[in-house]
Write a protein that binds this ligand. Structure first.
Ligand code: THU
Length: 133
């Protein structure tokens, strides 16, 4: 079920991007994750002077959602000021696959609203997952 039009989910991610803390890269990222019931959670990147402690926008949105008891994620939009739709980094692909499953839709957007959609299984075709554990 898709309760929210794609452009509205992108708009929500774009607003969240305004809160990005990116003093080192100046690369602001916003994210919005949608649950099957239409509830949304937002995230932005939060950089740290100890660079490895930086949080990606997608993981912030998913951490907020999971920690508030949300489940059943269907889409996540991610947006940045780039000349092509921004794909999630490798670590985010792993987290998205783990928490949202292979059918999760990832909406990758530019600031002007142009977007591409890929499933988690396309972005991470050979996942490490719980079947190995
Ligand atoms: N970043 C994200 O927030 N999500 C991604 O999927 C790619 C990278 C952030 C991390 C860092 O603050 C900045 O973009 C530059 O790497």
């Amino acid at each position: 079920m898709r309760a929210i039009p794609t452009n509205e989910l992108i708009d929500i991610a774009r607003e969240a991007r305004e809160y990005a803390r990116a003093p080192y890269s100046n690369f602001k990222v916003g994210a919005a994750v949608e649950c099957a019931n239409g509830r949304t959670f937002t995230g932005c990147n939060i950089e740290n002077s100890s660079y490895g402690s930086t949080l990606c926008a997608e993981q912030v949105a998913l951490a907020k959602a999971v920690s508030e008891g949300a489940r059943g994620f269907v889409r996540i939009a991610v947006i940045a000021d780039a000349d092509r739709p921004i794909p999630p980094c490798g670590a985010c692909r792993q987290v998205i696959f783990e928490l949202c499953g292979r059918e999760m839709e990832v909406v990758m957007a530019k600031l002007d609203g142009q977007f591409e959609i890929r499933k988690a299984s396309e972005l991470l075709p050979a996942p490490f997952d719980q079947t190995f554990l």
